[in-house]
Design a protein around this ligand. Structure first.
Ligand SMILES: Cc1ncc(COP(=O)(O)O)c(C=O)c1O
Length: 440
């Protein structure tokens, strides 16, 4: 390998060795963050950091101000209600109506400590509704921590890479898992982390029909709500609406994060919306773990009570204020985060111009959207080798290997931390990479 690389060859080699990571491809995101921090510090060079999915924007003032005001009023000394603050529940229910076109009453709208906690609570309840069922089917690629959540509570799960099963092909593939009768929940994110694919309405209908046929609960993770920028989902109460499986089935739970859409990751607050039918449903098998067979009751007073006894009081005021402004049309959250799509467009172009390929590139026959993440590969390189080499060129990303993808050559890039003033550097580095590793 050419040793005249953008980042000092010896420093990268030495730090890489010292990290003792057996492979970059299987390293966790946080392990990579540490390694890149060390190389940056030792070399004095800034990386194009694409490994971690953190918001790169400031939180909306309306949220911060509401939180400060609530703290000044003294809410910190009081326990919040586990099911959530009344004004927040009202705004979540309005948000769901105005941006998903789904009617739900306030009772089923519950704040959680990030979507992460919402997801954990779902596993604790939804995967225990039936003694004959065993756990979750993940439509991958996906967010690795959700599988870790299943692991830590000893729940089994199945997964498959959806790449070859888009459109009508999804039906048979899903059914091959559901036929056995052991799947209690199906989980996917939409838009998808890591691939940024977005399910079409046809695919969501297929998922919904099978949920009803097999009595499976769909967990729709909307961590990137509204962020498919090909469509304008930003006008309250006006089509188009963020697509959702909730349009087609009553067997759903929605997890809506505030972390990316509202740049509020640090305060750890998200929303869980349980289908009203499911909320009131009784599952006698739940009584193995909870006092009552009621699904909603077990969720709130069983799982969420046990996990954290509610969500930080001040953060609930912040989210209520951000949602109210959004619902009233005085704050446009999508305008604030659209910048991610613009960055992705330029960054994808720079990669493609220099011999790289986009791995997950289509939603059925439509080109994939430009958004928070994209996936790429380089001819004749497996992801591990590619990531190792990119370190010398000051570019960091993660392998799709840890996401349940079968695309062993694929890498995930997150655009949030790359600012426009780094594009020239990115281009220069990619050009040199392409020169040093010519695509024959
Ligand atoms: C698909 C997906 N689900 C859930 C989360 C976690 O969201 P939160 O920060 O609300 O816990 C993330 C965060 O990166 C994500 O990508």
């Amino acid at each position: 390998m050419n040793k005249n690389t953008p980042i000092n060859y010896e420093i990268v080699t030495e730090k890489r060795k010292a990290s003792k990571l057996p492979s970059i491809g299987t390293a966790s995101i946080r392990e990579l963050v540490r390694l890149v921090n060390e190389i940056e510090q030792a070399s004095g060079e800034k990386f194009i950091r694409m490994e971690m999915g953190v918001p790169g924007l400031l939180p909306p003032e309306v949220g911060t101000n509401a939180e400060i005001e609530a703290l000044k009023k003294g809410v910190a000394s009081k326990y919040p209600m586990i099911e959530g603050l009344a004004p927040l529940k009202t705004e979540i229910s309005r948000f769901v109506k105005l941006f998903l076109d789904i009617e739900v009453d306030e009772k089923v709208c519950i704040p959680t400590v990030g979507s992460m906690q919402g997801c954990f609570a779902v596993f604790l309840v939804a995967n225990r509704t039936d003694t004959k069922k065993k756990g979750t089917l993940f439509i991958d690629p996906g967010f690795p921590v959700q599988k870790q959540q299943c692991d830590v509570i000893g729940q089994k799960y199945k997964t498959f890479d959806v790449y070859n099963y888009r459109g009508n092909k999804l039906k048979d593939k899903l059914e091959s898992y559901l036929k056995g009768g052991e799947i209690s929940t199906i989980l996917y994110s939409n838009p998808n982390n890591p691939s940024w694919i977005c399910f079409t309405d046809k695919e969501l209908k297929i998922i919904a029909e099978l949920a009803d046929k097999y009595g499976v609960i769909i967990v729709e993770d909307l961590a990137y709500f509204g962020m498919d920028f090909r469509k304008n989902y930003s006008e309250p109460g006006k089509a188009p609406f963020q697509p959702t499986v909730a349009k087609y089935t009553d067997n759903y739970i929605l997890l809506i994060s505030s972390s990316k859409s509202f740049s509020y990751a640090g305060q750890r607050i998200g929303m869980m919306v349980v289908s009203p039918t499911l909320f009131d449903k009784e599952y006698p098998d739940l009584q193995r773990y909870y006092k009552t067979p009621g699904f909603g009751y077990s969720m709130v007073y069983g799982a969420l009570y046990s996990l954290s006894s509610g969500v930080s009081h001040s953060a609930q005021y912040a989210l209520a204020a951000m949602l109210k402004a959004t619902n009233d049309g005085t704050y446009n959250f999508i305008n604030d985060v659209k910048i991610y799509g613009e960055r992705a467009k330029t960054m994808k172009r720079l990669f493609i111009e220099n011999g790289f390929k986009i791995v997950y590139d289509k939603d059925e026959d439509e080109d994939i959207a430009d958004g928070f993440y994209f996936t790429f590969s380089y001819p004749k390189m497996e992801s591990n080798e590619l990531l190792e080499k990119l370190l010398y060129y000051g570019i960091s990303a993660i392998s799709l290997e840890i996401t349940g993808s079968e695309k062993t050559e694929g890498v995930r890039a997150c655009v949030s931390q790359t600012h426009e003033n780094q594009f020239a550097d990115l281009e220069k580095r990619l050009k040199q990479f392409n020169t040093d590793f010519p695509v024959a």
